[in-house]
Design a protein around this ligand. Structure first.
Ligand code: GLN
Length: 547
């Protein structure tokens, strides 16, 4: 029988509920259990696909093509369990499906209400899935007290009543602010947060408290008394050097033991934490370092490139190297002195993005990387810009551009080496798109196979001729330009299975120049770094030794 663990947050947001859930998932796996993690987001968007990365950070794409919250990336990175579309929901999605049922007549005769109709839909989402899973971890987005969150809290309260004894466990994550002047940790905000939870019928079994310092025994007892939990179930979450230390740190704090005790489960085995010990060793004692510039559009918010940042760290771990990441706004490269801005970096990465702003700066950065033999990795928009750069400066197509940036309004005349993708094969099914289609969920999304060219660099990097990577794009490099670009020394080294869609672009005469239409960063894990990122950091390391 699956046990349900609900993780809620209080006091302030950004305390790391996602990482906490992911770490607990990793610890349960290390004890031999199976887990799934789900994220319930109270916002009204149907999914984060149409939200600005500045608003919400990265959109994490699953194999089955869902555009989800970035926390699903943490879950995958920590547990190695591939997330699915059915692991992520928002109020928008819940309400859409309730309203669709209402229109269909499913509730005929009834008045539709938050309780029970919306809460039933939330419970259905939580309950759906494989009941052979030992633990289902459900993280509720936002903090207790948010208006949008109420139906979710009510739904998990009801589940707590409906499941068998010891079928559910509630974890509440809060902050213990440290007052430097008096040298004290303050418990009051946590007390208030738990009071708020209890006022809606939820009593936490375990409190996890973010703190800068160890929680003194006296404060633990106070928290336990006022919040009605056992002192041993007050678990500190101390600030760490790296997020990848979290599973070990939580284990030392007794989190997994507390969870099993509350659920009255006799542990199967001692946890096998060797994986996480190895990860920690690699991350805290690197033997070298490289400096990598990421030239992107959303660089003010590192969360906008969360998986890229983590995948670079993993690439560093594979090479026992610390990766110093420098986030550069591509707009600054449009008028600035590119050589001065980019000198001193061991490699350049141009990530994905949407819209024209900053793309000419990306093209200038790519030109610098190509002509100065600096290792380069282009991802999605980064690959498209690399093809435009090569079209303009190698193949002499001076007005090469992307249909994404030329439209009815600006009437730009371009040679569209990157065009709006109107049809593609998903397995044997033909998918078609029009520019007038609605925006939500209509890109080429999710995992697709690609075939790698014999003798190419990517073929060597992957060590196989067929790969499967996740996509999220509306535009595509036009296969029509393959011939002309290859005449000028580049290679389309990866193609979709039907040979129609360029997936990888590389320049063999360059030390390391690869652009990919997909998002390899989404599949990188600390204990299994993605081969492209390992090879990219390795190339950066060789570059750093040249200088
Ligand atoms: N904007 C480009 C497209 O839609 C690239 C997308 C991306 O970088 N994820 O094709």
């Amino acid at each position: 029988m699956t046990k349900f663990i609900f993780i809620t947050g209080g006091v302030v947001s950004s305390l790391g509920k996602g990482l906490t859930s992911a770490s607990l998932g990793a610890l349960l796996i290390s004890r031999g259990y199976s887990v799934r993690l789900k994220k319930l987001d109270p916002y009204l968007n149907v999914d984060p696909g149409t939200m600005s990365p500045f608003e919400h950070g990265e959109v994490y794409v699953t194999d089955d093509g869902a555009e989800t919250d970035l926390d699903l990336g943490h879950y995958e990175r920590f547990t190695g369990v591939a997330a699915k579309a059915s692991d992520s929901v928002s109020s928008g999605k819940i309400y859409s499906s309730v309203l669709e049922k209402e229109r269909k007549g499913d509730y005929l005769g009834k008045t539709i209400q938050v309780i029970p109709h919306v809460t039933d839909e939330i419970k259905k989402f939580i309950n759906q899935g494989d009941d052979k899973i030992d633990f289902m971890l459900c993280e509720i987005g936002g903090t207790v007290g948010d208006i949008e969150g109420l139906p979710f809290f009510e739904a998990i309260r009801q589940l707590g009543q409906e499941k068998d004894n010891n079928g559910c466990l509630f974890i509440h994550l809060t902050l213990l602010p440290y007052i430097k002047a008096s040298g004290e940790l303050k418990t009051k905000p946590t007390q208030h947060s738990v009071k708020e939870l209890r006022s809606i019928g939820l009593t936490p079994d375990i409190l996890i408290c973010r703190t800068e310092i160890e929680i003194p025994e006296k404060e633990k007892e106070k928290l336990a008394l006022f919040c009605n939990v056992k002192p041993k179930n007050v678990i500190p979450a101390i600030d760490l050097r790296s997020i990848y230390e979290a599973p070990l740190s939580f284990h030392q704090s007794g989190l997994d033991t507390a969870v099993l005790n509350v659920l009255d489960i006799k542990p199967l085995d001692d946890p096998n934490l060797s994986l996480w010990k190895d990860v920690k060793r690699r991350i805290i004692s690197p033997e070298g370092e490289v400096r990598i510039a990421i030239v992107g559009k959303y660089t003010q918010l590192e969360d906008a490139y969360k998986s890229i940042s983590e995948a670079l760290t993993h690439g560093g771990m594979a090479n026992k190297t610390k990766v110093i990441k420098k986030w550069l706004d591509s707009e600054d490269l449009e008028s600035g002195n590119v050589e001065r801005i980019l000198e001193g970096y061991d490699a350049i990465l141009v990530p994905g993005g949407f819209g024209e702003r900053g793309t000419e700066g990306m093209i200038r950065a790519i030109n610098f990387a190509r002509t100065k033999s600096v290792p380069f990795l282009g991802i999605c928009l980064g690959m498209q810009m690399a093809v435009i750069e090569a079209s303009r400066n190698l193949a002499g197509i001076s007005d090469a551009g992307s249909e994404e940036f030329s439209n009815e309004l600006n009437k730009k005349t371009i040679t569209p080496v990157v065009y709006h993708l109107k049809k593609w094969l998903e397995g044997n099914r033909l998918v078609t798109r029009k520019l007038t289609d609605k925006k939500g969920g209509t890109m080429r999304l999710g995992a697709y196979d690609a075939v790698l060219k014999e003798g190419s660099k990517v073929r060597k990097v992957y060590g196989t001729n067929k790969i499967c990577e996740r996509h999220r794009h509306r535009y595509e490099v036009d296969i029509k330009y393959k011939k002309v670009l290859e005449e000028f020394g580049s290679v389309f080294s990866g193609l979709s299975q039907d040979g129609m869609l360029p997936e990888i672009f590389e320049i063999p005469s360059h030390p390391w120049f690869i652009g990919v239409q997909f998002h390899p960063e989404l599949k990188s894990r600390p204990f299994a770094p993605h081969p492209l990122f390992s090879a990219f950091v390795k190339a950066a390391l060789s570059q750093s030794r040249l200088v």
